[in-house]
Design a protein around this ligand. Structure first.
Ligand code: TXA
Ligand code: MG
Length: 330
């Protein structure tokens, strides 16, 4: 285990971008902002760097990673795009969309990063700091969310530091992220499949492909061998405090994660209250979600009671993360 590394934290400027590119080239691990969540980057073509990344996150190595690239030409070197995948790439890249596609014959991404699959997940992020790091470095960069495996995804550099300080080389601090939930993942198979709801609402994707996106069958156990979206472990995005969904009232000792008017019975007596969006705006709620889960997790409450969140637009991703946060853990 690489615990004991000195983790450097730099504000996002030219020097930090050059340092990040050097660190990646040396096989190091760099936390950096994307528009969705902070990522933990490693050189996708360097199996040792990828192995260090899995170790630093404590991540099961059957769980494949997303290769981040700076433009479509780079994406086409590692994956084969059919007409529909190209339409999605043109409509939504750079942005919060990941496409799972067949690898090219000479795909440079390490087998360890794709967990030996013959497909690769690709994203062109929109965040200017992420893009500059990718351009300065060159090869694809694998980047899972920069948190310990199973923990809440980071939306600030401080979150990255609290999970990974001493385990990674560098954190580039670009301030809080804009979107706050991970990218939407589409499997570009015969029929496109929504592998993970995320920062790009399904409605926008369905307008481009002209049909409804299907979801894969539910992966309840997370240890069922080779699920379609291997990363969708049932319990994920989890605070340590139990999470209770669809709360219509707050019990003694509970903290409240509200949405809209926080006027349910017991709200006034709750241990702590954070409101994802007092006016019921789903974009604002997504941006606040992981930070508020982390903050309420520190309040010593018996549970975090969560008010219902509507299921349309970004609500699908928010409800997916909340459901995973609420699943029983050993
Ligand atoms: O917004 C995001 O996507 C962030 C930022 C940093 O870009 N990254 C992120 O990565 O959320 P991660 O590793 O936490 O999630 C990657 C997901 C996992 O659920 C994984 O199983 C899935 O992508 N995945 C990767 N390659 C796949 C493949 N070939 N087939 C199916 N699913 C794949
Ligand atoms: Mg993650």
């Amino acid at each position: 285990m690489d615990v004991g590394l000195k983790t450097q934290i730099l504000p996002a400027n030219e020097a930090a971008i050059a340092a990040a590119a050097r660190c990646l080239a040396d096989g190091g691990l760099v936390g950096f902002p994307t528009e969705t969540v902070y990522g933990l980057g490693a050189d996708a073509t360097n199996p040792e760097a990828v192995a260090r990344l899995y170790r630093a996150k404590g991540r099961p190595s059957f769980n494949p990673l997303i290769a981040h690239v700076s433009d479509l030409a780079a994406a086409r070197r590692i994956a084969r795009f059919d007409a529909q995948a190209l339409a999605l790439a043109e409509a939504f890249w750079p942005g919060p969309l990941t496409l799972v596609l067949p690898k090219t014959g000479d795909c440079a991404v390490a087998d360890l990063a794709t967990a030996g699959l013959d497909t690769v997940a690709i994203r062109i992020p929109a965040h200017p700091v992420a893009r500059e790091i990718l351009r300065a470095f060159g090869p694809p960069v694998v980047a899972p969310s920069a948190n310990l495996s199973g923990h809440v995804s980071p939306t600030t550099a401080a979150h990255v530091q609290s999970d990974l300080a001493g385990r990674i080389d560098l954190i580039v601090d670009g301030g809080p992220v804009a979107i706050g939930v991970e990218s939407t993942i589409i499997g570009c198979f015969e029929a496109p499949i929504l592998l993970r709801p995320g920062g790009l609402p399904r409605e926008a994707i369905e307008r481009v492909i002209g049909c409804r996106l299907v979801r894969p069958p539910e992966d309840k156990s997370g240890d069922s061998g080779a699920p379609l979206a291997p990363g969708m472990l049932a319990s994920h995005y989890a605070p340590r405090t139990p999470v209770r969904l669809n709360a219509g009232q707050v019990a003694a000792g509970e903290a409240l994660l509200a949405f809209g008017p926080a006027d349910i019975p017991g709200a006034g007596a709750s241990r702590a209250v954070l409101n994802l969006s007092p006016l019921g705006d789903l974009t604002e709620a997504a941006a606040n979600l992981f930070g508020y889960l982390r903050a309420l997790d520190l309040k010593g409450a018996n549970a975090i009671a969560v008010m219902p969140v509507p299921h349309h637009g970004l609500g699908e991703a928010i409800n997916d993360r909340l459901r995973r946060a609420a699943m029983a853990r050993e």
